[in-house]
Design a protein around this ligand. Sequence first.
Ligand code: ADP
Ligand code: MG
Length: 302
Amino acid sequence: MKIAILSRNENLYSTRRLKEAGEARGHDVDVIDTLHCYMDITKSRPAVRYKGEELPYYDAIIPRIGASVTFYGTSVVRQFEMMGTFSTNESVAISRSRDKLRSLQLMSRKDVGLPRTGFANKPDNIKDLIKNVGGAPVVVKLLEGTQGIGVVLAETNKAAESIIEAFMGLKANILVQEFIKEAGGADVRCFVVGNKVVAAMKRQGAEGEFRSNLHRGGSASLIKLTKEERATAVNAAKVMGLNVCGVDILQSSNGPVVMEVNSSPGLEGIETATKKDVAGLIFEFIENNTKVKNTNKTRGKG
Ligand code: ADP
Ligand code: MG
């Protein structure tokens, strides 16, 4: 098959591994820089242009859209969708996953376990907002933060009020969440492909750090998931409409709670910790899900 990886940098571990894994399975794999794609959206036959030429037809794309380019990146993915190309994650699902509040609202509707979370716009609600999620300690988060930046732990109600006021003063969108202390500065990354968790790792924050992000000095290790954790991750991916994603879970005393769902999960940490060919499994998913469609297409052409 002809498959394109949409990525800003072909030298990133995830991009390199995907290209290598696809080629090893006999596919023709191109890496395309998302921001260099452009399109004439009014044309009757949708197409994507790249470096002065129209791109050939791809059977499938693997979008790796960074958080800083969500708006343009999802437009490019949408254009490929309009051309009938299969995308491992649809543009709408990627946009959804980038907004933590929207994601949590969608998941709560479908009974996915979540930390108690509040959201408000007007400063006169602050005290009640904190009380409503159980009082301090609480975690205050920027709605569109990533890599642990903009995630703050407020140990007291007073500190929480000041932090919320400060963020609101900057007109930043935030949410306030109960602090899951028993998680012990660790979380569980479940890598979902299709409707299965194909790999999972536990990430432990550095000494004295409640954030487990590998970018903040956290370390990863292998973990065996409970049935409930596995089901929670699969359900979260399904609700978000993502075929390939990283579901981050906190182990709370009330069972697994989902913190966020990442639509471009990195491969380096998970492949190193689990020694699994996760990139290969993504291609296997593409092979299984484009087959039917391609048969239909040939039939349609008679
Ligand atoms: P980001 O998108 O920046 O990674 P997260 O919501 O994933 O933001 O938070 C970063 C880290 O902070 C998480 O991986 C987790 O270790 C910790 N954390 C976030 N929310 C909570 C919470 N409610 N209770 C305990 N720890 C949390
Ligand atoms: Mg995170």
